[in-house]
Ligand binder design. Structure first.
Ligand SMILES: [Zn+2]
Length: 307
């Protein structure tokens, strides 16, 4: 049998990442670059298409299929974005799967970016072996994915588990989604930077906020404590919906590790004191910053292999 590889693309809020995986899940190639979202839908698709074509050309093994994760709700039946997403304003109802398949000439699968990251954690990382799990990704925004029966739960139009825009925030800075009191700015890297700016504080991103908190800066400690508290509400809601055995926290902001999880666990126990706090393990993601791209490749491989 001829060996083939799969390309995974992760379209983030500020960067695009790509990996090529062989059939055993080994990474044969990876790259990432800044991506400009404030362009036309076609120009963004062209940029992604040329990145993907370069990846396929660079792969030492022939790329036979591809997957792409995007920060929005993707209809599992059509592979198109459902409506608009604040992180990719140019792409309203954009046919992501069809557009990339046309440019690459390969079978392509498309899904929500958090679903892709969760698939990587489920097959190779912190959710491996779990029948029921939730993954929450904290990056430019907040993404979430539900796993039940060892498979992703997508819902009717692909929106299952989209917990980022719950109206449980302070409303101090507005989210682009338009939901009053949307909590995402208090939980995302971009949001923390905006809150710091609004308060006249010097930190430009989440790592700077966490570093200042570790150094004992009172305003930064308060921001991190508030973040852990609001994240605990999101986790408690997800726990009560699905009763997962594992809760995996990933994404760039979660690189803070125990500085965040150490505050999160007792807060979750406070908000969800029932059976959920008895056995559910809250763990850091294991797949690192390429989780979304690796998961997208797994998605593409499994979709191409499906009957
Ligand atoms: Zn929002």
């Amino acid at each position: 049998m001829t060996r083939t590889a799969t390309l995974g693309i992760d379209l983030g809020g500020t960067r695009i990442k790509g990996t090529v995986l062989d059939a055993d899940g080994a990474v044969l190639w990876r790259d990432d670059r800044a991506v400009e979202h404030e362009v036309s839908a076609q120009a963004l698709a062209e940029a992604i298409g040329s990145f993907a074509a370069a990846a396929a050309a660079a792969s030492p093994v022939r790329v036979a299929a591809a997957g792409i994760g995007v920060p929005g709700v993707v209809d599992p039946a059509t592979g198109a974005l459902v409506g608009t997403t604040p992180h990719v304003p140019a792409w309203s109802d954009f046919p992501v799967r069809a557009a990339l398949a046309e440019r690459l000439g390969l079978p392509v699968a498309a899904d929500n970016d958090a679903n892709c990251a969760a698939l990587a954690e489920l097959r190779m990382g912190a959710a491996r072996g779990a029948a029921t799990a939730v993954m929450i990704t904290l990056g430019t925004g907040l993404g979430a994915a539900l796993i039940s029966g060892g498979a992703l739960v997508r819902g009717w139009l692909g929106g299952a588990g989209e917990l980022g825009h719950l109206p449980i925030g302070s409303g101090e800075v507005a989210c682009r989604c338009g939901v009053p009191g949307c909590v995402e700015p208090e939980l995302s890297g971009e949001g923390l930077a905006r809150i710091a700016r609004a308060r006249g504080l010097p930190w430009r991103d989440a790592p700077e906020v966490f570093a200042a908190a570790a150094a004992g800066h009172r305003d930064a400690v308060a921001m991190v404590a508030r973040m852990a508290d609001r994240l605990a509400v999101v986790v408690a809601i997800a726990a009560q919906m699905l009763d997962p055995e594992r809760m995996v926290i990933g994404g760039g902001v979660a690189a803070a590790g125990e500085a965040l999880l150490g505050r999160l666990r007792p807060a979750v126990a406070r908000y969800a004191p029932g059976p959920w706090s008895r056995g559910m393990r809250i763990e850091a993601a294991a797949m690192g910053k390429d989780a979304g791209a690796i998961g997208a490749a797994i998605l593409g491989r499994e979709a191409a292999a499906a009957p």
